[in-house]
Design a protein around this ligand. Structure first.
Ligand SMILES: [Zn+2]
Length: 201
């Protein structure tokens, strides 16, 4: 047990901050000290924002996204093309794709990947709801934006099989050379995938 340097209220703040991704005990202490120094401009508003978020956050019953309304902002956005659904593993992946701003599509958040070794089966993921959305009609393309991992590909194959009878077009993200990437630095798997999935110039 590390030596205590402050009262239990501050120690508790440090311990909670240390649970955040990317923050170890040392950076948690620095963050806590920063919050305490800026308690009027930062600690107070942050505590208020956290309380409001905690009270209003819901899971979208259509796409499994996290928002403060149900259906979520993306599902109710009339500017978005409802004929295309981008399937992602997590809300973090949805946010990443939205940050890229490449598509004005709708999404479907699986909540993970199939993982037989970890005991994660189809019923543990949001796959049945995807089939229901496709079955309701109006969907022309499903883009499988899952991670290029063994579990991600297993999940993509399962979804492709599960939706085969619907006739919907199913595509997946290309794998290859990253934008700004140098060939010499790429791993063998990425290089061979880039060669296989080459496109006309
Ligand atoms: Zn939604």
């Amino acid at each position: 047990m590390a030596e205590r340097i402050a009262g239990p209220e501050i120690e508790r703040l440090i311990q909670l901050l240390a649970r955040l991704p990317g923050l170890g005990p040392r950076s948690a202490r620095r963050a806590a000290l920063h919050l305490i120094r800026k308690r009027e401009e930062l600690l107070g508003p942050l505590a208020d924002a956290m309380r409001v978020a905690r009270e209003s956050i819901v899971t979208c019953t259509v796409c499994n996204n996290i928002d403060t309304r149900d259906p979520c902002m993306i599902c109710t956005d009339p500017q978005r093309d409802g004929a295309t659904i981008v399937v992602v593993e997590t809300v973090a992946d949805l946010w990443a794709l939205e940050r890229a701003g490449a598509m004005r599509a709708k999404y479907h958040v699986l909540g993970g990947t199939l993982s037989p070794l970890d005991g994660v089966g189809p019923d543990d993921l949001n796959i049945a709801a995807l089939a229901t959305r496709v079955g309701a009609g109006g969907v022309k393309e499903i883009i499988l934006a899952v991670n290029a991992t063994v579990d991600g590909l297993t999940t993509a194959h399962y979804i492709t099989d599960a939706l085969a009878h619907t006739g919907v077009r199913i595509t997946r993200l290309a794998h290859g050379v990253p934008v700004g990437g140098e060939l010499d630095y790429l791993d063998d798997g990425t290089l061979s995938a880039a060669l296989r999935q080459r496109t006309p110039f």
